[in-house]
Ligand binder design. Sequence first.
Ligand code: ADP
Length: 640
Amino acid sequence: MLITAIFALCGWMLDIQVFKSICKAFPCMKVNTAIGFILLTTAYLSLLYNKKSAKLIRYSNLVPIFYIAIISLVENFLHRNFSADDFFVPFYNIVDLKKQLPQTIPVVASACFLLSSVWIILAGTTSNKAHIAGQYLLHITTLISGSALFGYLYGQSFLSDFGMGIHISLQSTTCFFLFSIIASLLHHKLGITGIFIGNKSGNIMARKLFIRFLLAIIAIGYGEVLIHHSKIILPGLGSTLLTVLLILMALYFIRIVSKQLNTVEEKKDFAYHNLSLGIEAAPYALIIADKDGIIQHVNTETEKLYQYSRHEIVGKSMALLQPDGVDILNGELRATFFEHGNLIRLGNESNQYVQQKNGHRFPAEITFRPFTSMYGPCILMCVLDLTDVKQKELIISEQLQELHYKNNELEQFNYIASHDLQEPLRTVTNYISLLSEDYPEIIGGSGIADHLAVMSSATERMSTLIRSLLDFGRLGRNRKLSPVNCLTVINDVRADLKNLINNSSASIMVDTPMPELYGYETELRQLFQNLLNNAIKFRKHDMNPLINIGCVKTDNSYNFYISDNGIGIESKYFEDIFNIFQRIHPISTYEGYGVGLANCKKVAEMHGGKIWVESTPGEGSTFWFSILHLKMYDEVFQVA
Ligand code: ADP
């Protein structure tokens, strides 16, 4: 529109005929019309911006259009000249176009200007009604400009001036025609253009039909005009031929429409058949009810689950199947359900019960989903029998309780046994020292002293073992979950083992960044300490210990490793060493009681992880342990 207007103005200024009018025989685009187009386009573009300045531009552009269009209309109707053409006087003066006057805007262009301007005003408001009204104004613009176009096509000059004497140019009427169509397509949801947009069969059919229909009508109309002008065929015969052609055309279009409708119907039947199959084959009860909860359709599984036959349920209220259940048809729930289309799922945790025909109730998971059928809003209810699940849950919870009880019992036993065993052991130790103190002359030199020394070291060892057992039982009893900085923990452990590290000339390297994680700090410290201690203890005598610590993050856990260059472990011991009191070497070669790794295993498991070893005898070992990420840990252990 803008480009055509600029061309027209240039055409007037430079006197280039083809810019003013495509064909010399046709009227030119008037200067006022061209300026009107520029103003109208700018006003239309201002709709894209919501700023105050955009509004100002819009209205200041529309006012002159209104003025000149109304005056031109009056001039056209009264056949008078109120010098409306001089509205853009300065422009005329500059280009000295006065000689071209009068430049009265034709009646068709004035009407189109008025309608388009009013549409721009309405489109700029927020009212939906105004938008709809505007859309229809655009349709009228299309009709008027389209008629003028047809007038050009069929040589009917009346349609381009409505008998007022001033004809709209071909460019102007094309511009109005395209402008009104494009503008209405941009807001297609509001008016008639909506039927051409979209992928529904109606839209596709409308597009196909309209284009063919338009071309056929244009061709027939044009043929009719030609025949009429050439006078080759008698008027009566011409009309008959036209009627036959119209009937043929109607038949052709009826064929297209009926074919399309049949295809749609077949697809619908096919979809309905598949849907019915799907509903019937579903492994759970599916119930379709209307918006008031009246059951319309059920599947075979519903009959099985509720022990009602189909015709006993259809037509009844959904409440029959779930007498004390959540009522989704009342209050706020109904509003959110139907208005927002929210799905309502009453899962295992909501303890829903449904009722069979014989009054027996069983636990169920129920899902309500709103959907819209051709009869309006409907409800799809899906019911899953949870009897088995609940039974299994009950068994698991009973077993868990039993396990918990047994664990407590074991802990108690461990505590009492270890605690009570210490007492007689202390008595034996006391009596050994009493014997040595009270009967030095008998014991001395008889060899009894050696026996007593062996007894004493055995009781001491037994006491240590019992204490280890007690500690093992107590490990993690008072654990507290907190953020743990693993690097700080490692540095603390290194400080605690300073003497051992220095004496053995061990070098400890931290290979990777250490994470900060949620865990039991005291227990984790013990874990690192045991592993580092072992890595130094089980070193080769001809080599300084070289220890590496690192951490690898996986999706579910942090996997830590502590590797050494020590004596290594044969693969047959990979499992056993994590059991309490399991040792590979005699106490004379490497000190210890076989409790450290059992403790490590307990700490790793406390964090939802595990511990394992990779080793080559003579080359060294790598101990790995995993700590579950807190989120996973919560899921496994349900820690608050
Ligand atoms: P302890 O160290 O008191 O013997 P542990 O439970 O810590 O008890 O270890 C069990 C056994 O596993 C040890 O006796 C040892 O044989 C083996 N072991 C543990 N750590 C290492 C290591 N880093 N290198 C070689 N062997 C090891």
